[in-house]
Design a protein around this ligand. Structure first.
Ligand SMILES: Cc1cc2nc3c(=O)[nH]c(=O)nc-3n(C[C@H](O)[C@H](O)[C@H](O)COP(=O)(O)OP(=O)(O)OC[C@H]3O[C@@H](n4cnc5c(N)ncnc54)[C@H](O)[C@@H]3O)c2cc1C
Length: 364
């Protein structure tokens, strides 16, 4: 056999796997059906701006090993994700913190903010067991936060009324009683200088990569090339949907190059009212403090997934989890195939989780 590993998917799981295997002297062939490496982390340089083509990606982790791992490959900047919410033309800082409370109610101290939130929640103290996301959010945060910052955004993301979304989606509202707009709590955060594709170039620099190559167009020929196959595509498709298709939420983007240097002054602005059809606008240059004369923005829309759409977010409800567990039973019986990543495991993973998972696999 020509290769130790055939790796299906040049996304993060496939690329880190290929990098680690190559380091250990294994010969890998990486294929991807897309015309680029990087999977959903892929960035494309347009007018000098690194555009996050499949949605904005901010690297954040508490795991020093993972942080050191990526920093040994490429240099990261000190970017901190601090999105802003736009509700009917008024701006609010996110995540919910003292800046947000000041903008909502004019409160200036943590004590005043807590008192205001308690007063807002009191109206819903009659709800003992919230039956849906709407009730849950009202009980946890009161009317203003729910109506201005949660309702419209969540309904657009899920494509249905908040009263029809299960309550467990919101377990708690992370209130911060400091003036701190940093969206993540992790110790390490940043963006690869020059974009994520540079990170993938490094990960894959010593491997053979074939793009525009769909595994299922010649599965048996490809399988015959390698001792083991690492599969990072959709698990239901691998097994020909024999237990039915797994559901996803999908996204689509309206990309636009603008002839101005700064459109919104921030990488992310969430539109939290239902009447605006997109969920957010991303202005990519701000991830890298860009000073180019033009700017590139993406309006992000959420949609129901149908076969042929890009599967973005797994819907891990009971029905789909049960279905996935049936596929998992088949996975556990395989000896030639290794399955990993968000699509093969039907699980939302951040990038640092994926790297942790691959490194763990090699430690075993
Ligand atoms: C909108 C959005 C925003 C995100 N933001 C963040 C963030 O800010 N921070 C963070 O840490 N994480 C973020 N993530 C998560 C991050 O994208 C994932 O952790 C990461 O992309 C998972 O890598 P993967 O290799 O599992 O999957 P993918 O990146 O999807 O890679 C799988 C690859 O397999 C290929 N493939 C599939 N089927 C076949 C086939 N039949 N033949 C050949 N190739 C095939 C695909 O083309 C793809 O390139 C975000 C995800 C989304 C959707």
């Amino acid at each position: 056999m020509e290769y130790d590993y055939l790796i299906v998917g040049a996304g993060l799981f496939g690329a880190v796997f290929a990098h680690e295997a190559t380091k250990r002297g294994k010969i890998c062939l990486v294929i991807d059906k897309r015309d680029h490496i990087g999977g959903n982390c892929y960035t494309e340089t347009i007018e000098g701006i690194n555009v996050h083509k499949y949605g904005p990606h901010i690297f954040h982790t508490n795991n020093k090993e993972v942080w050191d791992y990526v920093n040994a490959l490429v240099e990261f900047n000190r970017y901190t994700y601090s999105p802003v919410a736009n509700y009917k033309g008024k701006l609010f800082n996110l995540p919910f913190n003292m800046n947000t409370f000041y903008q909502l109610w004019g409160v200036k101290t943590p004590e005043e903010a807590k008192a205001k939130i308690d007063e807002q929640r009191k109206e819903f103290s009659y709800i003992n067991e919230p039956k849906n996301l709407e009730e849950q959010a009202l009980v946890l945060g009161g009317r203003d936060i729910y109506e201005k910052l949660i309702k419209g955004y969540t309904e657009k993301q899920w494509g249905r009324p908040a009263a029809e979304i299960p309550a467990f989606i919101i377990k708690r509202l992370p209130f911060r009683f400091t003036f701190d707009n940093n969206y993540f709590n992790d110790r390490y955060q940043g963006i690869p200088i020059g974009g994520y594709t540079k990170l993938f170039d490094k990960l894959l620099e010593r491997c053979e990569v074939r793009l525009n190559t769909n595994y299922f167009n010649s599965q048996s020929e490809l399988d015959a090339l390698a001792a083991k196959v690492v599969y990072t595509g959709p698990i239901d498709l691998f097994y020909n949907y024999q237990f039915g298709a797994l559901d996803y939420r999908s996204l689509w983007f309206e990309h636009e190059l603008l002839n101005i240097d700064n459109y919104q002054g921030n990488a992310g602005v969430n539109y939290t009212e239902a009447q605006v059809p997109y969920t957010r606008i991303v202005e990519h240059k701000h991830f890298e403090y860009g000073v180019q004369p033009k700017t590139f923005i993406s309006r992000e829309y959420s949609k129901e997934w149908q076969r042929g759409d890009e599967p973005y977010y797994p819907i891990n409800d009971d029905r789909n989890n049960k279905r996935y567990n049936k596929y998992k039973e088949l996975v556990e019986k395989e000896s030639k195939y290794i399955f990993g990543g968000r699509l093969a495991e039907y699980k939302y993973y951040d990038m640092h989780h994926i790297i942790e998972n691959v490194l763990k696999l090699f430690k075993k």
